[in-house]
Ligand binder design. Structure first.
Ligand code: IPM
Ligand code: MN
Length: 357
């Protein structure tokens, strides 16, 4: 039987709660589809800092480099907010992404028909929205040197090379080729030099993809267009910081950030994570939405293991559960039905992996 090795990084806050549900679903779907998954757990984030005074211990990096894929929950929390930057949980995640060389972050935002009422936006605006934010993940202002801070002056550097832009652009065009064949590149070329290069290089790459339509938007306009008319987008290609911001905004089209998965690919080992954070305010209450983590596991099955049927089955199971009216609190706002907690939602998705409605 095929066996896939996965590193699990549950992290802080609601991270462990949502990853535990993803494990339940992975166990069931692997049994049904006839493959094996071996898990190994590693620490990262605040929990790792508490034990080792290091948010990303060597053991975690080495362990992650030995597996077929990594499933990660969330990190961070108020408890660690006052630590020096290098010791903060977020630094652990940024260093892991860099060590893995996963430059391409894929963040799909699709609106489940059953949840159109869960969004703060009008149903007719968001219905049938199906877009993917392709975010460059290991460059730009997140990593640029020099950077520094003293008491009255601080600075960061947004820097991109032609090579970095080329590889993320190719990833976006390849993805668009399998979809509705539209790439919208988002930058701030009216102000930033780095965006001018971005636009030139993306335009150059687009020549290799004559079947894909390329448009450009400035990031301020794009953030407006996203809520004005999200259906215009297929693949949004953008740099690290803009992608961070736009993907949270795109999440709200779907009703809740608790629904959105992500895949970080293109490097040594791919990393799958929900786009939400550790939500310290609800940690331990058992009310977090595990769907983003479960969909991240589905992305792992599809992108890393080519177990497309298993991934599709998870998707269908989620649709069935939503059709039946089950909702975690975050998606029940305007549409209270059968409210369930984190583990009940996981159990229901497991149940509907093999049951028709
Ligand atoms: C995300 C997060 C991270 C980021 C933080 C936790 C470092 O917001 O994955 O979107 O900014 O990339
Ligand atoms: Mn973010």
């Amino acid at each position: 039987m095929k066996t896939y090795k996965i590193a699990l990084i549950k992290g802080d806050g609601i991270g462990p709660e949502v990853i535990n549900e993803a494990i339940k679903v992975l166990n069931k779907v692997s049994e049904l589809e006839g493959f094996n998954i071996e898990y190994k757990e590693y620490l990262m984030g605040g929990c790792a800092y508490d034990l080792y005074k290091n948010p990303l211990p060597e053991e975690t990096i080495n362990g992650c480099l030995e597996v077929n894929a990594i499933l990660f929950g969330a990190i961070g929390g108020n408890k660690w907010d006052n630590l020096p930057r290098e010791m903060r949980p977020e630094s652990g995640l940024l260093r892991l992404r860099k060590a893995l060389e996963v430059f391409g972050n894929i963040r799909p935002a699709m609106v489940f028909e059953e949840l159109t009422k869960a969004s703060t936006l009008k149903a007719e605006i968001i219905t049938n929205t199906d877009l993917i934010v392709v975010r460059e993940l290991i460059g730009g202002i997140y990593f640029g040197q020099p950077k520094g801070k003293d008491s009255d002056r601080a600075y960061n550097t947004m820097i991109y090379t032609k090579e970095e832009i080329t590889r993320i652009a190719k990833l976006a065009f390849d993805l668009a080729s399998t979809r509705r064949k539209k790439v919208c590149s988002v930058d701030k070329a009216n102000v930033l030099e780095v965006s001018q290069l971005w636009r030139e290089v993306v335009t150059q790459v687009s020549k290799q993809y004559p079947e894909v339509e390329l448009t450009h938007q400035y990031v301020d306009n794009a953030s407006m267009q996203l809520i004005k008319d999200p259906k215009q987008f297929d693949v949004i290609l953008t740099e690290n910081l803009f992608g961070d911001i736009l993907s949270d905004e795109a999440a709200m089209l779907t009703g809740s950030i608790g629904l959105l998965p992500s895949a970080s690919i293109g490097g040594k080992v791919s990393l799958y994570e929900p786009i939400h954070g550790s939500a310290p305010d609800i940690a331990g209450m058992g009310i977090a939405n595990p769907i983003a983590a479960i969909l991240s596991a589905a992305m792992m099955l599809k992108y890393s293991f080519k177990e497309n049927q298993a991934a599709e089955n998870i998707h269908q199971a989620i649709v069935k559960v939503l059709k039946k009216g089950y909702r975690t609190k975050d998606i029940a706002l305007f549409d209270a039905k059968n409210i369930c907690n984190t583990s009940q939602m996981g159990d229901l998705i497991v149940k509907y992996l093999k049951e028709e409605i």
